[in-house]
Design a protein. Structure first.
Length: 641
C-alpha cells in the first residue's frame, strides 16, 4: 500500500481519496493458468440494531465500492513473483472506519484469483482469495480560534456565552469559559431591583451516533421508509457540576467562571467526530446548563445587598446524633448531616455503615465524615437525596455484617407490624384500614431501612442493571479515621440477589419469522445475570473527584486496586429510587425544633416496600384499578328473573 491510512475530505464535492498500491502474485509452480485476477474494495457494515431483529442478512451487509480487473484473459505464468499496480478512488460521501454501539464500518481490500494448475489430466479451476483491512479516516476543517456559543433568553433578558477550543484532548484537561450578563434588572417602574443568582452549573459532553439500518432483500417491502430505519444513540462521555467559584459583578449584573472538562477517566470508549457524512455520522456536543434563582427587593437596598428573610430569624443547623438498640440489644448510632435540633425527625433514606474491629475514632466522626464527603453532598445537591447514616461497630468480618443487616431489617419490619396491630386493636376491618391509611400512614417506630434497592423479580421480566435488594458499606479494621478510608478505601457489599428464570436469557418475539427460525435454529442470548454472585464485594475509592474550592484541576488519584469510586456507588444505588421516593418533606415543627408527635416527614409514604415499589403510588394505582372493576360490575348488572 502506497497510501495508508486513507483520509477523506469533509467537502462532499471533492473527488475523494486515492488508494494506490501493488498486488504481488507469487507463483510457486510452472505453467499456472491465471483465468482472472480482481482487486476489490468493499465496505462491511455491521448493524448492531438491524432493520429486522434476528436477521443476519440485515445485520451484516457488504457494499462493493470499486473493482479493478488486473487479469481479464487467461494467462500462463511460470514460477516467479508478479507485480500488478492498482488504484482506487474512495468517494468522499462514505463514512470512515468506526466501531460504535449501533454500527461498525470496516473497509477491506480483497484480491480474488481464479487459476488452473497444469497436469496430465484436466484440472478444475481453483479460487484464491486474500483480504486486508484498511483504515479510512475523515478530515474535518477546524477553526484556529476558540468556539463561541451564545444564547439569549429574551424572557429574562439574560445572555449566556461559552468559549472553548474547537478540538479537545480526550485524555488531558480542557478549559471552558462561561459568562453571563443581564443578571441585574429593574422591572416595571424601576423601584425594585431584580438579581439573578446562579446556584449550580453543569457541563455535559455528549456523543451522538446516527445511522440508517438498511433492510435486506427479503425484508425490503415496498419502497421509501420501509426499506430502512433510522437509528440514533446519544451517550454522555463526561459530566460534572460546580457550585461556586463564580467571579461576579453586581453593578454590571454579570458573572464568569473558567472550569475544566474532559472525558470520564474510566476508559470511556469514544469515536472521532465525522461531521455530516451521509447516513452514518458521529457528532459531539458540549452542553452547559445552569440553574438560577432570582431575588427582588427595593432599589434603596440594592447597594446594601440585604435580602428579606420573610420576617423570620435565620435558622441554625447542627449535625444530629442519636442512639438506638438493634435486635440483640446492642447500641448503634444514627447520624444526620444537619438538623434544627433534637426535635427534628430523621430522614427515611439511610446508609448502613459497618466498622470492623475496634476503631479509634467515634461512630459519630466516621458517619458525619461519610455524609459530608463529596460523594454524598455532590449527588445530594443534584437530586436532593440527603440520607442519614446508621453506624454499627465491633464486627469481625464481612459475613457477620451481612447476617446482622438481614436480622436487623427483619427486626425493624416486625416492629412496624406490631405497632400497626396495636394501633387498630378492637376496630372493625374497614375502620382499621382507614386509620392505617389516613392517620398512621408511613410512621415507623424505629429508623427506616430501605427494604429493597431494586424491583422484585415479579415486576420485571428482564435483567435491568443491579438485582441486589440489599447493600452495606464496610470500613476495614485498619481504617481508624476518614483519612485512612481515603487512603485505603472501603467496601460495598451487595447481597440478597433477586432473580427469576426469565431473566437469564433474552427472547425475541419475531425470532420465528427470521431466517434462523425458519431453518430450525434456536437462538439463546444470555443476559449475563447468570454471572452474578450471591454476594458481591466491591473495593471503593473514597477520594474526591475534584478538589474542594479549586476547579482548575480535578483529582485523578484513585485508591490502588479499587473497583469504582464512592460517588459512583452512591449514584448507582440512587438510580433505582423513583423520583417521588425518599424526599425530605417540609415540616414547620421540625424547622422550629418544637416537640411534636405526628410529623409529615415521619408519615410520608413515598418510600419502597419489599417489592421495590413506592407504597403511596402503589396504593393509588391499585385503588384506581379496583374502582374500574367495581364500575364495570355495576354497569353489567343482570336483571334476569
Amino acid at each position: 500500500m502506497d497510501s495508508s491510512p486513507i483520509v477523506l475530505n469533509h467537502n462532499h464535492s471533492g473527488d475523494g481519496s486515492i488508494i494506490a498500491g501493488s498486488l504481488l502474485l507469487h507463483i510457486t509452480e510452472n505453467g499456472i493458468q491465471v483465468e482472472n485476477l480482481d482487486a476489490i474494495v468493499r465496505i462491511h457494515a455491521t448493524y448492531k440494531k438491524p432493520f429486522k431483529k434476528g436477521c443476519r442478512s440485515c445485520k451484516y451487509q457488504t457494499t462493493e465500492l470499486k473493482r479493478c480487473q488486473l487479469v481479464t484473459t487467461t494467462t500462463s505464468l511460470d514460477r516467479d513473483t508478479y507485480n500488478y499496480p492498482f488504484s482506487f478512488q474512495i468517494p468522499s460521501y462514505t463514512p470512515p472506519t468506526m466501531d460504535t454501539s449501533i454500527v461498525s464500518i470496516v473497509y477491506k481490500l480483497e484480491a480474488i484469483a481464479s487459476i488452473q494448475r497444469q497436469g496430465p489430466k484436466s484440472q478444475p479451476s481453483e479460487s484464491l482469495a486474500f483480504s486486508r483491512t484498511i483504515q479510512v479516516a475523515r478530515s474535518i476543517p477546524v477553526s484556529s480560534t476558540r468556539e463561541i456559543s451564545n444564547r439569549i433568553y429574551q424572557a429574562d433578558g439574560i445572555e449566556v456565552s461559552c468559549r472553548f477550543n474547537s478540538v479537545m484532548s480526550p485524555t488531558g484537561k480542557n478549559k471552558a469559559m462561561l459568562t453571563m450578563s443581564g443578571l441585574r434588572s429593574c422591572p416595571g417602574n424601576g423601584e425594585d431591583v431584580q438579581f439573578w443568582r446562579v446556584c449550580k452549573g453543569t457541563w455535559i459532553l455528549e456523543e451522538t451516533i446516527v445511522t440508517t439500518a438498511v433492510a435486506c432483500t427479503e425484508h425490503a417491502h415496498g419502497n421509501g421508509t420501509e426499506r430502512s430505519t433510522a437509528r440514533k444513540k446519544t451517550k454522555a462521555l463526561g459530566e460534572s457540576s460546580f457550585y461556586d467559584g463564580w467571579a461576579t459583578d453586581d453593578q454590571a449584573g454579570s458573572l464568569s467562571i473558567e472550569f475544566p472538562f474532559s472525558t470520564r477517566t474510566r476508559s470511556m470508549k469514544f469515536t472521532q467526530d465525522t461531521g455530516d457524512c451521509g447516513d452514518t455520522s458521529i457528532n459531539h456536543a458540549y452542553q452547559v446548563p445552569s440553574f438560577k434563582t432570582h431575588t427582588q427587593f427595593p432599589s434603596v437596598m440594592a447597594s446594601q445587598r440585604r435580602r428579606s428573610t420573610g420576617g423570620k430569624r435565620p435558622r441554625r443547623v447542627y449535625p444530629g446524633h442519636r442512639q438506638f438498640n438493634d435486635y440483640n440489644g446492642r447500641s448503634y448510632d444514627v447520624i444526620t448531616a444537619w438538623e434544627y435540633g433534637p426535635n427534628t425527625k430523621i430522614p427515611k433514606l439511610s446508609i448502613q455503615l459497618y466498622r470492623l474491629g475496634q476503631p479509634k475514632s467515634t461512630s459519630f466522626e466516621m458517619g458525619l465524615a461519610l455524609l459530608q464527603s463529596d460523594a454524598i453532598t455532590g449527588w445530594g445537591n443534584a437530586r436532593n437525596w440527603w440520607p442519614r447514616c446508621d453506624v454499627y461497630t465491633g464486627f469481625k468480618n464481612v459475613e457477620e455484617c451481612v447476617e446482622h443487616h438481614r436480622q436487623e431489617k427483619a427486626y425493624r419490619r416486625k416492629a412496624v407490624e406490631e405497632m400497626q396491630q396495636k394501633a387498630v386493636v378492637g376496630l372493625p376491618e374497614e375502620d382499621a384500614h382507614e386509620k392505617l391509611v389516613t392517620e398512621i400512614r408511613g410512621y415507623e417506630p424505629l429508623p427506616h431501612i430501605v427494604p429493597s434497592w431494586c424491583k422484585s423479580a415479579k415486576f420485571v421480566n428482564s435483567w435491568d442493571t443491579d438485582r441486589y435488594k440489599s447493600w452495606i458499606f464496610v470500613i476495614p479494621e485498619d481504617c481508624h479515621s476518614w483519612e485512612d478510608v481515603i487512603d485505603k478505601g472501603l467496601l460495598q457489599v451487595k447481597f440478597d440477589l433477586d432473580v427469576s428464570p426469565e431473566m437469564f436469557t433474552d427472547s425475541w418475539d419475531d425470532f420465528e419469522e427470521s431466517t434462523l427460525g425458519k431453518d430450525g435454529w434456536v437462538d439463546v442470548s444470555k443476559s449475563g445475570i447468570e454471572k452474578c454472585k450471591p454476594v458481591e464485594i466491591l473495593h471503593l475509592c473514597a477520594s474526591n473527584e475534584r478538589k474542594k474550592g479549586d476547579f482548575e484541576e480535578a483529582d485523578e488519584e484513585k485508591t490502588s486496586g479499587s473497583d469504582k469510586r464512592l460517588f459512583d456507588a452512591w449514584f448507582d444505588a440512587t438510580t433505582h429510587l423513583r423520583d417521588c421516593t425518599y424526599r425530605i418533606e417540609e415540616c414547620e415543627e421540625c424547622e422550629e425544633n418544637e416537640p411534636h408527635e405526628w410529623c409529615e416527614k415521619d408519615r410520608d409514604e413515598h418510600y419502597f416496600d419489599e417489592d421495590g415499589q413506592c407504597i403511596a403510588c402503589r396504593r393509588e394505582s391499585e385503588y384506581r384499578r379496583r374502582s374500574k372493576r367495581v364500575a364495570a360490575r355495576e354497569t353489567n348488572l343482570d336483571y334476569t328473573v
